[in-house]
Ligand binder design. Structure first.
Ligand SMILES: [Fe+2]
Ligand SMILES: [Fe+2]
Length: 265
């Protein structure tokens, strides 16, 4: 089973990056299943139905979210019919949609779960470890279980991954939008990376226009974040290969395609 997972898609340029590269990458990795984190797909915040449909049309099988899951309130109108969408499983008061889903692919069950971490997330949620244990106790061992672990700190994400080593097929970090260089298979066979990264503008702060973020974040001006639609893009993802009989991870590879190349002048 060959699985591709791409980090947070940010805005129109992130969608363009996937549109242009997904067919090539699916062919290159002989992908059977594609997962994308889309919490920032609609102009950087949330997801509208049009962009949910866009991902399905370009060949994405499962779509995860994160703390920005409800930035577009229209999600409420389509989430219950959105069969490939997975919102955070440990939301406290939000009951629409599902936080963990099983997909049948070539006779193999693939479970995808989305969970929010606690540290520095500014969103109230249930404890991620308790929530994941609740998901696991209801699952069959005969499935590949991919967890999108959406959180800010590497320590919390690493701790959760090692705690669940051998109990979850892959724990893939998202949310920071910066790809980390620690993709590995842990001793009991759980695949782990602290953060998959993002798909969006390359010369940006987390996918957003540098100037607008600098003004808002460090100069304390009250400007909204902007996204440049016409810049050069970056694609961050991971490739995971699982044995079809044992369902064990056999191979992992970091994916990074960056259109930007530094030119000295
Ligand atoms: Fe994000
Ligand atoms: Fe996030």
């Amino acid at each position: 089973m060959n699985i591709l997972f791409f980090g947070d898609v940010v805005g129109k340029i992130g969608r363009k990056a996937l549109l242009e590269n997904l067919p090539i990458l699916k062919k290159k990795y002989n992908a059977d299943f594609v997962i994308v984190n889309a919490e920032n797909i609609t102009h950087g915040k949330g997801i509208i139905k049009k962009h949910y449909n866009f991902l399905g049309n370009i060949g994405v099988d499962a779509i995860t979210l994160g703390n920005h899951y409800l930035n577009r309130i229209s999600l409420n109108e389509f989430i219950n019919e959105a069969t490939s969408l997975i919102r955070p499983v440990n939301l406290i008061d939000y009951k629409l949609g599902l936080g963990s889903r099983v997909f049948k692919v070539n006779g193999i069950n693939i479970r995808v779960t989305n969970v929010l971490c606690k540290n520095f997330m500014n969103i109230e949620c249930d404890d991620p470890v308790i929530s994941l244990n609740n998901v696991i106790k209801d699952t069959s061992e005969k499935e590949i279980h991919i967890v999108d672990l959406h959180g800010e700190t590497t320590a919390e994400k690493e701790s959760i991954a090692y705690y669940f080593d051998g109990k979850i097929s892959a724990v893939l970090g998202t949310h920071t939008h910066v790809q980390t260089n620690d993709l590995k298979i842990l001793p009991k066979n759980t695949v782990y990376i602290s953060d998959v990264g993002m798909c969006g503008e390359s010369i940006s702060v987390l996918g957003f226009d540098c100037k607008s973020v600098i003004e808002k974040s460090i100069l304390n001006k009250d400007n909204p974040f902007q996204i440049n639609d016409n810049g050069k893009y970056l694609i961050n993802g991971v490739f995971l290969k699982f044995n079809d009989s044992t369902l064990k991870a056999e191979k992992v590879e970091l994916i990074k395609i960056d259109q930007y190349e530094y030119e000295e002048n």
